[in-house]
Design a binder for this molecule. Structure first.
Ligand SMILES: *[C@@H]1O[C@H](CO)[C@@H](O)[C@H](O)[C@H]1NC(C)=O
Ligand SMILES: *[C@@H]1O[C@H](CO)[C@@H](O)[C@H](O)[C@H]1NC(C)=O
Ligand SMILES: *[C@@H]1O[C@H](CO)[C@@H](O)[C@H](O)[C@H]1NC(C)=O
Ligand SMILES: *[C@@H]1O[C@H](CO)[C@@H](O)[C@H](O)[C@H]1NC(C)=O
Ligand SMILES: *[C@@H]1O[C@H](CO)[C@@H](O)[C@H](O)[C@H]1NC(C)=O
Ligand SMILES: *[C@@H]1O[C@H](CO)[C@@H](O)[C@H](O)[C@H]1NC(C)=O
Ligand SMILES: *[C@@H]1O[C@H](CO)[C@@H](O)[C@H](O)[C@H]1NC(C)=O
Ligand SMILES: *[C@@H]1O[C@H](CO)[C@@H](O)[C@H](O)[C@H]1NC(C)=O
Ligand SMILES: *[C@@H]1O[C@H](CO)[C@@H](O)[C@H](O)[C@H]1NC(C)=O
Ligand SMILES: *[C@@H]1O[C@H](CO)[C@@H](O)[C@H](O)[C@H]1NC(C)=O
Ligand SMILES: *[C@@H]1O[C@H](CO)[C@@H](O)[C@H](O)[C@H]1NC(C)=O
Ligand SMILES: *[C@@H]1O[C@H](CO)[C@@H](O)[C@H](O)[C@H]1NC(C)=O
Length: 563
């Protein structure tokens, strides 16, 4: 019920709100300038000047904040260890919170230290540079600032009870990573991926809470501790001179607007920015990065924007005088595998969605830089534990509490992508490569840049850059497209092959306007060298595409609810 209600609400808000504003065509949007090579001196601030440089980034997820689906063996080991510790205990380790709680300080520290030491090493940074990335996004949890685990003592003498372990361990590895980044001339964006009480209830925030209220900004001291952690982050990572690899600080990953009041999120974004500016020297160019909080495209255009003092004056007393709109960056995440509807998409609409999405983001760039800070190669949700330890996949109907299958509809298909690559059909491989290319081509041409999720995993191939590249499913170099042109436009032959398979006859009842859509597909196929920008002008005329875009937001929203 909650889920349905939330989806409905998200749908309504997305469809009625500012969101539609971002859907309008961008007929005149030409391709952006070509990419420059990466050098450390290319700070974020200069990236954004007329978008001459685009972010080509990779996230090292599942390292300093662990995630079960990225390193299942770590979680299996933890469970075994817990059973050894107490054979009569009922062990349920589903996230880092329960891992630390179940194993206790010493065993958790040993296990995690071993993971931190081995999962990412200098070799990874060397290869990240060699492969052509210019930025590394490094997630870290607030508990990295827990100074004394056994006393639950955080910075600023704040006592906050949680089971996480630290004693400075994660910061030690983060500093090590910054040294490597500097050595290999990689820019770094530090991302606070978990805040006290959890900002989204996903296991990747440290604490999985799929149902009920979230703790962040609601439970005692969660706000106080968050502000203290931010202050410490700003003091530590700003003003480190032009050799510092740190070019961006993302204050909180994916706060779940909808479960957390967006007006509260907005307030605390402003508080954080005030603190940021108080700490930042005039000569420092580090960017203040906010996640869109799952609000529609364009939602943040006027917020934190010095050109709209009528808006910012409401919040600022201290620092409003001195900043440019380039100091702030909005991070959007995009996945298409967290609702039944998205999973049921044809390849045609999947690709079309990406192109339309890129065009909508492009419209934001006159207000602020905007990066697609998370995306993947996934076209199903079949990776083991992607939806959480013990949770199945929507794609094959093994997910509990899913919206569609519980009402009696059939699963979409049989899961295979959780298996080694040798089990994948050629068709599935092609579709993954096409989906990746669509995103690379579109995001490179239409946004401030992109950051792929994720550098590596144990066996979640669609989320694993290294495995995808090795299998020939991720272009190398990044613009070595098979299905797109380097300017981001779609290859003609590819587009016609897609349109013929776009809407199988069996699907007609699900699409009331299937005929007009097919006609559109033919247009798409026959127009010569159709560019992404032109494609949108065709599509924006039809409300079915707007509905499609709304479905996106629902997807992302549901992802929040369910992951
Ligand atoms: C950016 O583009 C605008 C409009 O085209 C131009 O006036 C301005 O000089 C450009 N700035 C830089 C730094 O190239
Ligand atoms: C899990 O335990 C096995 C066997 O002790 C060990 O080889 C492996 O390194 C451990 N993995 C992790 C991630 O802790
Ligand atoms: C072991 O687990 C049992 C059952 O959950 C619990 O009652 C007991 O306190 C645990 N013992 C220890 C030492 O944690
Ligand atoms: C163990 O925990 C699970 C999940 O919390 C629960 O469903 C189950 O009943 C528990 N079993 C026992 C023996 O306590
Ligand atoms: C944490 O506090 C305890 C008790 O005061 C002390 O024995 C221990 O050394 C402290 N640990 C760290 C890492 O400072
Ligand atoms: C923290 O508390 C201790 C003991 O109460 C005190 O000596 C110290 O000055 C406090 N530190 C800060 C930064 O407030
Ligand atoms: C939260 O703070 C309020 C006011 O200080 C207090 O009354 C309440 O008991 C606290 N709740 C918890 C769970 O600590
Ligand atoms: C910040 O950017 C300006 C303009 O590009 C540059 O002159 C300055 O050196 C940069 N500051 C640092 C600390 O890199
Ligand atoms: C969100 O907070 C604002 C300001 O405190 C309040 O007016 C509004 O009713 C809240 N919305 C919800 C859904 O709670
Ligand atoms: C601020 O000004 C802009 C541009 O004039 C306008 O679109 C917006 O509605 C105004 N906002 C407020 C809160 O007054
Ligand atoms: C800014 O200052 C005004 C007047 O002093 C005050 O009413 C307002 O609450 C302050 N705003 C913030 C965000 O601190
Ligand atoms: C399904 O959702 C309900 C609330 O809507 C929740 O109480 C229940 O625990 C969920 N089932 C599982 C297996 O998580």
């Amino acid at each position: 019920m909650l889920l349905n209600w939330c989806c409905f609400l998200a749908f309504l808000l997305s469809c009625l709100g500012k969101f539609t504003e971002g859907l309008n065509a961008l007929e005149n949007a030409g391709p952006l300038s070509p990419l420059k090579p990466n050098v450390l001196q290319d700070k974020f601030a200069s990236y954004y000047v007329n978008n001459t440089i685009s972010v080509k980034g990779i996230t090292i997820g599942g390292w300093l904040v662990t995630e079960p689906y990225i390193t299942p063996s770590l979680y299996r080991n933890a469970t075994l260890l817990a059973k050894q510790q107490n054979s009569s205990g009922n062990v349920s380790i589903i996230d880092e919170f329960t891992l630390c709680k179940t194993l206790g300080n010493d065993a958790s520290l040993t296990l995690l230290d071993n993971h931190f030491k081995t999962w990412i090493t200098e070799d990874d940074f060397e290869q990240i540079q060699a492969d052509g990335f210019n930025l590394v996004r490094i997630p870290i949890g607030y508990w990295a600032w827990k100074q004394n685990t056994s006393e639950s003592l955080y910075i600023d003498n704040i006592t906050y009870n949680d089971p996480y372990v630290s004693d400075g361990l994660q910061l030690k590895y983060l500093n090590q990573a910054l040294d490597w980044a500097q050595k290999y001339e990689l820019n770094v964006w530090i991302d606070l991926h978990g805040v006290p009480g959890s900002q989204n209830g996903f296991d990747n925030s440290g604490e999985r809470m799929l149902y009920g209220d979230l703790g962040w900004l609601r439970l005692n001291d969660t706000k106080k501790l968050t502000l203290a952690v931010w202050n410490k982050m700003f003091q530590t990572f700003l003003n480190r001179g032009d050799k510092s690899p740190v070019v961006g600080l993302e204050i909180v990953n994916e706060p779940l607007g909808g479960k957390i009041n967006v007006s509260d999120i907005t307030d605390i974004y402003y508080e954080a920015f005030d603190q940021f500016k108080e700490n930042q020297d005039l000569s420092d160019n580090t960017t203040f990065v906010i996640h869109d909080a799952f609000q529609g495209i364009g939602h943040w255009n006027l917020e934190l924007n010095p050109n709209y003092q009528n808006v910012t004056d409401y919040y600022f007393n201290l620092t409003r005088a001195n900043y440019s709109s380039q100091d702030i960056l909005v991070d959007h995440h995009h996945y298409e595998v967290f609702t039944d509807a998205q999973l049921a998409e044809t390849q045609f609409s999947r690709i079309e969605n990406i192109i339309n999405y890129g065009n909508s983001i492009y419209k934001e760039l006159s207000y602020h830089p905007a990066v697609i800070g998370e995306w993947s190669g996934a076209i199903t949700d079949c990776a083991t534990w992607l939806n959480g330890v013990g949770v199945g996949a929507r794609y094959d109907g093994s997910y509990y509490n899913t919206t569609l299958f519980t009402t009696g509809d059939k699963p979409i298909g049989k899961c295979t992508s959780q298996n080694p690559l040798s089990y994948w059909t050629q068709d599935y491989r092609n579709r993954v490569r096409q989906f990746i290319e669509a995103q690379l081509a579109t995001y490179s041409a239409k946004t401030t840049g992109w950051i792929f999720w994720n550098w590596k995993t144990e066996d979640a191939i669609e989320w694993d850059y290294l495995k995808l590249k090795e299998a020939g499913l991720f272009p190398s170099p990044f613009n070595n497209y098979e299905y797109f042109r380097t300017d981001g436009s779609i290859d003609e032959e590819f587009s016609s092959s897609l349109s013929t398979q776009a809407f199988p006859r069996t699907a007609t009842s699900a699409f009331s306007s299937a005929t007009s859509t097919s006609r559109k597909s033919k247009n798409f196929a026959s127009s010569n060298k159709l560019k992404a920008s032109q494609m949108l002008s065709i599509d924006s005329m039809s409300s079915i595409w707007k509905m499609g875009m709304c479905a996106f937001v629902v997807t992302i929203f549901s992802f929040c609810m369910l992951l």
